[in-house]
Design a protein around this ligand. Structure first.
Ligand SMILES: Cc1cc2nc3c(=O)[nH]c(=O)nc-3n(C[C@H](O)[C@H](O)[C@H](O)COP(=O)(O)O)c2cc1C
Length: 150
């Protein structure tokens, strides 16, 4: 199955997590493309089977660029498509955030969830990632790859 990782980032933290997930999928021979949320187009979504959306939490939800990417995805016929989401956020915040809200929008549109959203912690708005988060990102990649073996 072809996988597309779509991320937005301001300070590189969400990008870092996306790269770790992508590296793990690559190492398991899952065909993976990584694209910035502001560069993704309808064809990218048509050409992939599993969409992995990553966004920093901005004001309790997805960033503006992530919302744009999501709206592009939702214009595509999503029969047979799967998704999961992740976000980066403060440890002190425990609302649905970007990952939860993006997941709800995708679910409501009929896209099937391949595995539960995952959250990654930053120490301040510009990073760094909290200790161990890159390893957790690889683990998340592993989990996604395992779920692909239906
Ligand atoms: C405008 C703005 C709003 C933010 N709002 C939240 C928030 O509501 N909850 C939260 O946990 N973090 C919030 N943050 C912190 C971001 O989640 C943090 O900057 C992000 O995880 C860093 O990832 P990035 O390097 O990929 O941009 C906010 C950051 C910015 C810049």
């Amino acid at each position: 199955m072809r996988t597309l990782i779509i991320y937005h980032t301001r300070s590189g933290m969400t990008e870092r997590i996306g790269q770790e997930i992508g590296a793990e999928l690559d190492s398991r021979n899952v065909e993976t493309t990584i694209k910035r949320a502001d560069a993704v187009n309808e064809q990218d979504f048509k050409d992939s089977d599993v969409w992995i959306f990553g966004s920093p939490v901005h004001f309790f939800g997805p960033s503006k660029a992530s919302k744009r990417a999501l709206s592009v995805a939702l214009r595509v016929n999503n029969d047979g498509k799967f998704f999961t989401t992740f976000d980066t956020r403060y440890a002190s915040y425990n609302g649905p955030g970007a990952a939860g809200k993006m997941a709800n929008m995708l679910k409501d549109a009929g896209v099937k969830m391949i595995t539960e959203p995952e959250l990654f912690i930053v120490e301040s708005s510009k990073g760094p990632l909290a200790k161990g988060e890159e390893i957790r990102a690889s683990d998340f990649g592993k989990k996604i790859a395992q779920e692909m073996k239906f």
